[in-house]
Design a protein around this ligand. Structure first.
Ligand SMILES: NC(=O)c1ccc[n+]([C@@H]2O[C@H](COP(=O)([O-])OP(=O)(O)OC[C@H]3O[C@@H](n4cnc5c(N)ncnc54)[C@H](O)[C@@H]3O)[C@@H](O)[C@H]2O)c1
Length: 339
């Protein structure tokens, strides 16, 4: 039995990863370490096999707690834990720098102390900044790191501390840089679940600027499969860009959601653009395809239908996460009150 240490496993992508690994890898046990911030939710782990999954509540910046939770000689650390929402980083960057940079350093130090074989840093395409509108340029692993938001700056900095641990101490590490994920259990502050939840409730759908920002969308399970392959087959010291070659204008994503839910386009409400809003992300995933043998398996049409279906079937989850702190956040961001 191999043990892996997963951080942020109660969040959107981390919980999908935990589910995938437990389903597919019968010889893997998981220690799942999460601080349960507003974005972490034990409901995301409902029904997982507890014989091979141990949940530990803790902060990745807390060295003693991390060391106490991380088993000696565990095979890998997968670092998903992060403050992950760009808008929140614009409002207040401090927690992003603390969790995303200091937390990564704490995990790297603990991994060395515990003799962990490999460190997998889950990064983002946003570290590479923005591409020109309507160009045929793509992010490759050779693209310079030029983050534009405090969130992206903190994730780029995390990549640098990973690199430094590798160069200085010989830590075996791989980095994945993925585009925008969508799928079940994503917190509704993010574009797709925000639009689904608002449309289901007949509330206005706030679209930034002219709606023509481009994002490269990937179904969360395809991202998780790529992270697993990077762990198993990736070369130490390398970064792998992960994307499904699925560029979409934000406004087209929003209208597709309304159409699938049978709701009118009149629910769309254009709002003032996000500060420093990156215009276009587009990923060339050729390296992951060629070196890791990875390919996305879920089409946009199938993934979006499955995602909408999940939110429709899980109204209690939606109602729960939209209560509490989220109501106040929403009021501040969009100047409107949720029903
Ligand atoms: N969502 C995307 O589209 C996307 C794309 C590429 C990369 N990523 C990266 O993937 C990772 C997961 O993203 P997500 O969308 O699932 O995020 P999320 O916000 O849904 O989940 C983050 C999780 O980390 C936990 N966490 C936050 N601070 C912590 C701390 N100090 N200590 C321990 N746990 C803490 C939260 O409780 C939560 O469970 C992040 O590192 C993010 O940068 C996300």
């Amino acid at each position: 039995m191999r043990t892996i240490f997963v951080t942020g496993g109660a969040g959107f992508i981390g919980s999908a990863f935990v589910r995938m690994v437990l389903e597919r890898e019968s010889d893997v046990a998981i220690v799942d370490y999460d601080a349960l911030t507003y974005a972490g939710n034990m409901e995301n782990l409902a029904g997982v096999d507890d014989t091979r999954h141990t949940f530990v509540h803790g902060d990745i910046c807390d060295r003693e707690a991390v060391l106490a939770a991380m088993p000696d000689g565990c095979d890998a650390v997968f670092n998903f834990a992060a403050e992950s929402h760009v808008d929140r980083s614009i409002t207040s960057a401090g927690e992003f720098l603390r969790t995303n940079i200091i937390g990564t350093q704490v995990l790297l130090d603990a991994a060395r102390e515990r003799g962990v074989r490999r460190f997998v840093q889950v990064s983002t395409d946003e570290v590479m900044g923005s591409l020109p509108d309507d160009s045929d340029e793509y992010f490759t692993e050779a693209s310079p790191l030029q983050p534009n938001s405090p969130y992206a700056a903190s994730k780029a900095s995390a990549e640098f501390v990973v690199r430094a641990a590798q160069e200085t101490f010989g830590v075996d590490a791989v980095i994945t840089r993925c585009g925008n994920n969508y799928g079940p259990r994503q917190f509704p502050e993010k574009l797709i679940p925000l639009m689904i939840a608002n449309a289901m409730n007949d509330e206005p759908l706030p679209v930034y600027g002219d709606g023509r920002n481009v994002r490269d969308w990937i179904y969360v399970e395809d991202h998780c499969a790529a992270i697993w392959l990077a762990y198993e087959k990736g070369r130490s010291g390398e970064a792998y860009n992960i994307g499904a070659r699925n560029e979409r204008y934000n406004i087209d994503v929003v209208t597709a959601i309304l159409d699938l839910l049978g709701k009118p386009h009149s629910l769309i409400k254009y709002v003032a653009d996000r500060l420093g809003h990156d215009r276009r992300y587009a990923i060339d995933p050729a390296k992951a395809e060629n070196e890791l043998g990875w390919k996305p398996s879920i089409t946009w049409e199938a993934g979006l239908a499955a995602t909408i279906g999940w939110y429709r079937d899980n109204q209690a989850w939606v109602d729960h996460v939209r209560s509490g702190e989220y109501r106040e956040y929403y009021r501040k961001m969009y100047g409107a009150t949720l029903a």
